[in-house]
Design a protein around this ligand. Structure first.
Ligand code: GLP
Length: 264
């Protein structure tokens, strides 16, 4: 696992944009797995800037988002579709028909079918080349809450009290936060060819340490990234502040620069 520690949020976002832009330039038809939340906002801002100022071209790119609140319409300002449109898709030259976010309004009876089809679409597109991931306060990736099987697939999930509380900052009150979501499973995420994990701030330090250095456990679904052979973690100093191997990660990052190879 590559663990890159940056001075601050801005540098984290720029380094993450370097990884994504390198892929998009090298493989214009690539498939990006995207995440929502505050963490990747800076990455998306930087990608929009590079598109506008440097011509970074997304015209042949396809994207799949990790998750969506169940019950929210695409036009709801807190829906993840709305988030992606406003934070990224409207600012770059991607074809909207090539952007996929689970549909939060799919009727209950059709959920299973919808989730199977979402996975099939990912496969048909050739699989996800890089999956961007944030980490929730309770250690989740996507909406895979503690206890989610590490082989789970796209499905309807219930949200924990902590997630509802954490995410209530975007809504008028706790009561308005949906209680369910459609989420890619941990197993789905691990099938991506590469993972790009981001975290910022001291608030995330403990959960980041558990995810990277703790035991692999469904209690912290982010710890499943340890089972993936190609993971880049980019975190700022705050989020890295509880890591016990930080000195080694910095050494490996310097070595990478000297050798000119990525040390996974
Ligand atoms: C939500 C999303 C996750 C995201 C998490 C962290 O719960 N489903 O994909 O990683 O929030 O959010 P933030 O980046 O705002 O801390």
């Amino acid at each position: 696992m590559r663990v890159l520690i940056t001075k601050n949020y801005e540098e984290m976002s720029k380094k993450a944009a370097d990884v994504v832009a390198e892929l998009v330039n090298r493989m214009p038809k690539c498939v990006l797995g995207l995440a929502t939340g505050s963490t990747p906002e800076g990455l998306y801002r930087e990608l929009v800037r590079r598109h506008r100022e440097e011509g970074l071209d997304f015209s042949m790119t396809t994207t799949f988002n990790l998750d969506e609140y169940y019950g929210l319409d695409v036009n709801h300002p807190q829906s993840y579709r709305y988030f992606m449109d406003t934070n990224l898709f409207n600012g770059i030259n991607i074809e909207k028909k090539n952007t996929f976010v689970p549909d939060g309004k799919v009727p209950v009876k059709d959920i299973d079918m919808f989730c199977k089809e979402y996975e099939q679409k990912i496969k048909k597109a050739g699989g996800i080349d890089i999956q961007v991931l944030g980490i929730g306060g309770d250690g989740h990736i996507a909406f895979n809450e503690p206890g989610s099987s590490l082989t789970s697939r796209t499905r309807l999930v219930a949200l924990t009290e902590q997630t509802i509380k954490d995410n209530s900052r975007f809504f008028k009150s706790d009561k308005e936060v949906p209680r369910y979501a459609l989420s890619m499973g941990v197993g789905t995420i691990l099938e991506a060819k590469e993972l790009l994990v981001l975290a910022t701030g001291e608030k995330k330090a403990e959960v980041v340490a558990k995810a990277i250095e703790g035991p692999i456990t469904s209690s912290i679904t982010a710890s499943a990234i340890q089972m993936h052979p190609k993971v880049t973690v980019i975190i700022d100093e705050g989020a890295a502040s509880r890591l016990s191997m930080a000195v080694f990660y910095r050494f490996a990052a310097e070595a990478e620069a000297k050798i000119g190879l990525k040390l996974f």
